[in-house]
Design a binder for this molecule. Structure first.
Ligand code: ZN
Length: 109
């Protein structure tokens, strides 16, 4: 589903929205800050390309934090969810690697 960024031309408030195609609210996004109608800022493609790297960084950082705490299971579960939302090779590989690591440690008992 495409994610759009909306900007309020009055106060500059930015809002990220997932738009379901064909639904009317696409045209009536209202600024939660001042009530003005918001304008779609960039195309979903440009936006997606722009933000995927940032999302990937955030996801990998969180996963690394889990691993630092020794929470391999939590990291694996988190990456399993994350890779459905942010489909990059890095996240997929990290997820696969953790799943392998987990199943190996389970086999050892
Ligand atoms: Zn506003």
């Amino acid at each position: 589903m495409p994610i759009y960024e909306y900007i309020c031309l009055k106060c500059g408030y930015l809002r990220e929205l997932i738009i379901v195609p064909g639904l009317a609210y696409d045209k009536n996004i209202v600024c939660p800050n001042c009530g003005e109608r918001m304008k779609k800022k960039v195309s979903p493609f440009a936006y997606k390309a722009d933000r995927t790297a940032e999302r990937e960084r955030n996801i990998m950082k969180l996963a690394t934090d889990y691993l630092k705490d020794g929470k391999v299971k939590d990291a694996a579960r988190f990456l399993n969810m994350a890779k459905e939302y942010v489909k990059t090779d890095t996240i997929k590989r990290a997820s696969d690697a953790l799943n392998t690591k987990l199943s190996e440690s389970q086999q050892k008992g």
